[in-house]
Design a protein around this ligand. Structure first.
Ligand code: PGA
Length: 262
């Protein structure tokens, strides 16, 4: 983990917690981290609630000046117009979202999102000043057929077409076989792919952007395994699903430096 990149711990709530539950959760998370004297220079913390929670989270974070960032789990490729059910990046920016997750494997798998859709959404995020958290990752079949890095690298190459690296980028490597399975990748596997992704970012957006871009690992991350991932030089944090819904577990992941001798 290079000194210049602040580790990033992101909680992807998926379709869990309504806006009332979100308020209670974010408040308790902030208390837990304050009680533990968490130093946000050790790890930036962000939550990604459902769209319907964002206004409530914004109000709470602003009212209490909480040091917790937040973002949406998806964004429309379009800015406005006749796109029923879609949410514009402009609306997310008005809710002070800093980030937006794009191309999560559940969007690719259940909603047919293609690499071109992911690219269009990354460009839309940038148009509205949002930092995309671009998700890439291979299925078990991909791994068998193409080896560890080929699919994630190809997905990221497509996602970054025409992208201006100066506008901010976070990448999340999430092997599909590791998501929600309890079967995390090994730190060595994560490092190998994250290193390949960083080389690609250098090729496409320049070495400076590659050196400053945070690349996360995601897939069955928990308090017991987070430190082993963060010890790898090219893994700069985690995108956490299931374990981000448990305050004790998530705050323990955020404080990875304090345990397992990391
Ligand atoms: P998980 O999900 O931590 O529950 O495996 C990760 C993700 O889908 O972002």
């Amino acid at each position: 983990m290079a000194v210049s990149r602040t580790p990033f711990i992101a909680g992807n709530w998926k379709m869990n917690l309504d806006h009332l539950q979100a308020i209670a959760f974010v408040q308790k998370l902030a208390w837990a981290l304050a009680d533990a004297k968490h130093d946000f220079a050790d790890a930036e913390v962000a939550v990604f609630p459902p769209f319907t929670d964002l206004r409530s989270v914004q109000t709470l974070v602003a009212a209490d000046s909480l040091p917790i960032a937040y973002g949406a789990q998806d964004v429309s490729a379009h800015d406005s117009g006749a796109y029923t059910g879609e949410v514009s990046g402009a609306f997310l920016a008005h809710l002070d979202c800093a980030y937006v997750i794009i191309g999560h494997s559940e969007r690719r798998q259940y909603h047919g999102e293609s690499d071109a859709d992911v690219n269009a959404k990354v460009l839309a995020a940038h148009r509205h000043g949002l930092v995309p958290v671009v998700c890439v990752g291979e299925t078990a079949e991909d791994l068998e057929a193409h080896g560890p890095s080929a699919v994630p690298v190809a997905q990221l190459r497509a996602a970054l077409a025409g992208v201006d690296g100066a506008k901010g980028l976070v990448v999340a490597y999430e092997p599909v076989w590791a998501i929600g399975s309890g079967q995390a990748a090994t730190p060595e596997q994560a490092e190998q792919v994250c290193a390949a992704l960083r080389v690609l970012i250098g090729e496409l957006l320049g070495e400076e952007v590659a050196a400053s871009t945070r690349i996360l690992y995601g897939g069955s991350v928990k308090a017991a395994n987070i430190a082993s991932f963060l010890r790898e030089p090219n893994v700069d944090g985690a995108l956490v699903g299931g374990a981000s819904l448990d305050i004790d577990e998530f705050s323990s992941i955020v404080r990875f430096k304090k345990h397992v001798g990391a």
